[in-house]
Design a protein around this ligand. Structure first.
Ligand code: ACO
Length: 430
């Protein structure tokens, strides 16, 4: 517990008392929902969410103001909320790194811009580093908040609309078949298929528990722990009949023009399963388009007979990363080329500061902290290194943006070292 001016910070885990969420847990959840402009949560929802938080091993941080006037909203509600949990990040080549996920960050409007977020996040990042986590991750509500704490944009995501008036034509017909399914049948199957996608996708973050219920339609989303009416599902079967992909989706309603299906979740262990599921969605009569999330580096438009049927309607940053331990993080990803590099990293919070020698050979790297006065090939801030980490942005782009300093030959060598085949993609929101 930490004392701020009239403010008390508590860090705890969700707990039950007499079969119900205890008062502190329930108040924290209601405050978080308020912060995200959601409706108050009924008791059943609070209970379900407490279970999910316990399964995930979430740490909850609440900031409390005991001096709020009597008329104020329930004084037991924290004025600041913050959650964290540990899940794996695929750093490429199937390598998994434990990542410190940050979520549920809210500060009550009456208390904003007094340093409550700063206090919660700087303490939390220091604890994560002390607990041996090499990287922190979040998805941001606004792009202007987290750079100051060392986070850099690491993956982006598109929202696409596929015109399907005449179905979808594929240049390379997808192997396998698709069956309509009850979303409830995905309770155990869904996580198994997701595990295969997670293992195969650089940039993927393992699903927090709520996805299990989100996939079956029992929970509309993370904050709305109530059933989602009208959810449909389909499962892709590979050539041998094994399930290797699923999609959940809703019909947007007859009032919505053009008539459309909205993908809630599309998870596939391989490209054939993914394309087969899109093809299935496009085979619904009376439907004019299908909308959903898609990777930036998507193979789907390259297999469409009509590539213009695929329209990107929005594109934005998704996963933000923050390296806490440079040697451990950089050694966790694969390297397609051999080479050496000495990097000087600046970090206003100190966690990643230093001069580091990286030696990549035969696909992996060893990284060591060097003496401070060692000559460095390049200099950059931890935000830039965190953006480069998965290969989501080319070295050259960040150099052009004035975010990396180094000679052109060294930068070209660094670009080779950090290059990736396919841009990283994270479909998990948290
Ligand atoms: C991972 C997630 O959960 S993302 C969700 C984030 N939450 C939301 O968007 C909910 C609505 N917003 C909020 O609740 C609050 O505005 C928060 C949590 C974003 C910020 O909380 P505050 O306690 O006001 O932030 P705090 O006072 O600690 O500000 C710290 C710094 O961030 C800056 N900052 C805070 N919020 C913003 C913002 N939305 N945009 C730009 N800068 C911001 C402050 O100006 C300050 O800058 P400085 O240190 O350079 O002076």
């Amino acid at each position: 517990m930490t004392e701020m001016k009239h403010l008390r910070l508590e860090r705890f885990t969700a707990a039950l008392r007499d079969g119900k969420p205890d008062a502190r847990t329930a108040a924290w959840m209601q405050a978080m929902n308020l912060g995200f402009h959601e409706e108050p949560m009924p008791e059943a929802g609070l209970l379900a969410m407490t279970g999910a938080f316990t399964i995930d091993g979430r740490t909850l941080t609440g900031v409390y103001d005991e001096h709020v006037p009597g008329l104020s909203l329930n004084p037991q509600y924290p004025v600041g909320t913050y959650g964290s949990l540990v899940k794996s990040l695929n750093t490429g080549g199937g390598n998994l790194l434990r990542a410190h996920l940050i979520t549920a960050v809210t500060v009550r409007p009456s208390h904003r811009r007094r340093g409550i977020l700063r206090r919660m996040i700087t303490e939390d990042l220091a604890l994560a580093k002390a607990n041996g986590l090499a990287i922190a991750a979040l998805t941001a509500s606004e792009a202007t908040i987290y750079g100051r704490y060392g986070f850099g944009r690491a993956t982006a995501i598109n929202r696409v609309q596929l015109s399907v008036r005449d179905g979808i034509g594929l240049l390379a017909p997808a192997a396998g078949s698709v069956i309509a399914a009850d979303p409830a049948s995905l309770l155990e199957l869904g996580p198994r298929i997701f595990a295969a996608q997670h293992a195969a996708t650089a940039g993927s973050i393992d699903h927090p528990y709520f996805y299990t219920r989100f996939t079956t339609g029992e929970w509309a989303d993370e904050e709305q722990v109530k059933p989602l009416a009208g959810l449909r599902a389909a499962i892709h079967l590979g050539p041998g009949g094994e399930p290797d992909g699923y999609v959940t989706y809703v019909f947007a309603g007859w009032d919505k023009k053009p008539a459309q299906l909205k993908i809630k979740s599309l998870v596939a262990a391989n490209a054939a399963a993914r394309h087969g599921l899109w093809e299935y969605l496009g085979a619904h009569d009376l439907i004019e388009c299908v909308t959903g999330p898609a990777p930036i580096d998507d193979a789907l438009p390259w297999t469409l007979t009509d590539a213009r049927a695929y329209e990107i309607t929005a594109s934005h940053d998704h996963l933000w990363l923050r390296i806490l331990d440079v040697p451990a993080a950089l050694a966790s990803r694969p390297y397609a080329h051999d080479g050496t590099l000495v990097l000087r990293v600046r970090d206003s919070l100190g966690h990643a500061s230093g001069t580091f020698g990286l030696r990549a050979a035969s696909g992996s790297a060893t990284v060591e902290l060097l003496a401070e006065e060692s000559d460095a090939d390049i200099e950059l801030d931890v935000t830039a290194l965190s953006s480069l980490f998965l290969g989501g942005v080319p070295v050259r782009r960040l150099a052009e943006a004035g975010r990396i300093a180094g000679g052109s030959e060294v930068l070209a060598g660094m670009a080779e070292l950090f290059a990736v085949d396919v841009l990283p993609y994270c479909e998990t929101g948290f």
